[in-house]
Write a protein that binds this ligand. Structure first.
Ligand SMILES: Cc1cc2nc3c(=O)[nH]c(=O)nc-3n(C[C@H](O)[C@H](O)[C@H](O)COP(=O)(O)OP(=O)(O)OC[C@H]3O[C@@H](n4cnc5c(N)ncnc54)[C@H](O)[C@@H]3O)c2cc1C
Length: 264
């Protein structure tokens, strides 16, 4: 690891000011990705701005038909939350299926979606539910937030403060996990929302994406049978030591059917 400065601001404004004053500074959440990245010398920030002491970024609350989760909320807290379990059980189950106990007790919602690992679980819920990502300066619709491999619409020094999830009528997430890390080889999030059915796929491509042809079929009939014969092309999917693009394409179809069946 290289030497770097470390600060623990007491307010979001102070954190934003610290990031603004140093283009090479980085926010630190649970460090689950950032610290290994530093250890491997893949990043060399001049300063880490620890978001861990900002109460505004933590917590879970429901306001009407919206579930609001602070960016620094740990996966374990989402998984254990009675509010989440009652309002959006698919999200509690998704959080409970992330990594192992250590990762769930350090990793955060904000760190997960900002990192936008192509195999991460949370991006599929954010996109599948049509959530809104709130930052220190604006609100970004999920459809505009994830822009590519490990990339988002965030500007330099912009901090995610919370994610607002509109409550769906029904939702389910099913993944085929890597047996070692639990990252999604493929994961499919299906939600019946006020605006129609949304299907978000993670693990399969360079970033999370909506399977629009699956959505069209399910908007005709929200049954697993409606997906018979509906496929996603392997052309732009990932091929690696874990699975070929063709296998991932096959998994999208299988897991989407399982998610629809799990809607209950
Ligand atoms: C062994 C292992 C297994 C894992 N398995 C899974 C899995 O099964 N499924 C899954 O989805 N994930 C998995 N993860 C990822 C993990 O759950 C974390 O979500 C991810 O590593 C990000 O960690 P973090 O929240 O600690 O953020 P950090 O590592 O602290 O930060 C990640 C990035 O986000 C930036 N950042 C963090 N918070 C903010 C914010 N509020 N605003 C702006 N920028 C911010 C940081 O600057 C950094 O660039 C795994 C990780 C490990 C190490």
């Amino acid at each position: 690891m290289y030497a770097f400065d470390f600060t623990r601001p007491a307010s979001v404004a102070d954190a934003v000011a610290a990031l603004k004053g140093d283009a090479d500074a980085k926010p630190l959440a649970g460090g689950m990705t950032l610290i290994p990245t530093l250890k491997q010398r893949l990043a060399q920030p001049t300063a880490l701005i620890d978001l861990g002491a900002l109460p505004d970024l933590k917590g879970i609350r429901r306001e009407g038909d919206t579930l609001i989760i602070g960016a620094m909320t740990r996966h374990a807290d989402v998984a254990a939350s009675d509010v989440v379990k009652a309002a959006l059980p698919a999200l509690a189950a998704l959080a409970d299926g992330i990594g192992d106990a250590q990762v769930r007790h350090r990793g955060t919602l904000g760190g997960s979606i900002v990192n936008h690992d192509p195999a991460a679980d949370y991006p599929s819920a954010v996109l599948g539910l049509g959530a809104t990502v709130v930052t220190d300066r604006r609100q970004i619709a999920a459809d505009d937030f994830f822009t590519g491999l490990f990339a988002t619409a965030l500007d330099e020094g912009e901090i995610v403060t919370e994610v607002r999830f509109p409550l769906p009528k029904r939702a389910a997430y099913v993944k085929f996990p890597n047996p070692a890390s639990r990252y999604a080889v493929v994961g499919v999030f299906v939600a019946e929302t006020a605006g129609g059915v949304r299907v978000a796929v993670t693990g399969a491509g360079p970033g999370v994406f909506r399977a629009t042809n699956f959505e069209a079929a399910l908007n005709g009939s929200l049954t697993a049978a409606a997906l018979n014969g509906v496929t996603w092309p392997a052309d732009d999917l990932n091929s690696d030591i874990h699975a070929s693009a063709e296998y991932r394409a096959h998994l999208i179809g299988v897991l989407a059917k399982r998610a629809v069946a799990a809607l209950g």
